[in-house]
Design a protein around this ligand. Structure first.
Ligand SMILES: [Zn+2]
Length: 149
């Protein structure tokens, strides 16, 4: 009888272990699937961002043509240009949203003084040292300086 009890107990343990291992395996597969899906989603978003980049560039070229036509004394339809500018705003909004999803730095973030790439959190350009993004208060920077010294 007691041998039977041991056997049952052993079987019970095995069954539980099997169930546990089974769950783990399932969990792993689920995670791998999720990860593959994330990678695929990110890849699709990158393609979307590139497509938007391209479209914005084309629209900007159109605006350049309108401006140059005006400069040379043969102004083009200003409604047309206004429409194109609005399209650019719209596309930029979409691009920013996509970039945010994939954690990409918006392309527009360049130092206005030297054109070097800057990060949104930068207050001063790493290349030329000019102050950036004036709406960020300079007091924070001074606080940081005091904290470090
Ligand atoms: Zn700079």
């Amino acid at each position: 009888m007691s041998d039977n009890k041991k056997l049952y107990s052993l079987l019970d343990t095995l069954r539980r272990t099997a169930a546990f291992t089974g769950n783990l395996a399932l969990g792993g597969a689920y995670l791998a699937e999720q990860k593959a899906e994330d990678i695929w989603k990110t890849a699709k978003l990158r393609m979307e961002a590139n497509r938007l980049d391209e479209e914005i560039r084309e629209r900007l070229q159109d605006v350049g043509k309108y401006v140059y036509a005006t400069h040379t004394g043969s102004p083009s339809d200003s409604d047309e240009m206004h429409e194109t500018l609005q399209e650019i705003d719209h596309l930029k909004g979409k691009l920013d949203a996509v970039n945010q999803k994939i954690g990409r730095r918006p392309e527009a973030l360049a130092c206005p003084f030297c054109g070097a790439d800057v990060q949104p959190e930068d207050r001063y350009c790493r290349e030329c040292g000019e102050g950036l993004f004036e709406d960020n208060s300079a007091e924070d920077f001074e606080d940081n300086q005091n904290g470090e010294s």
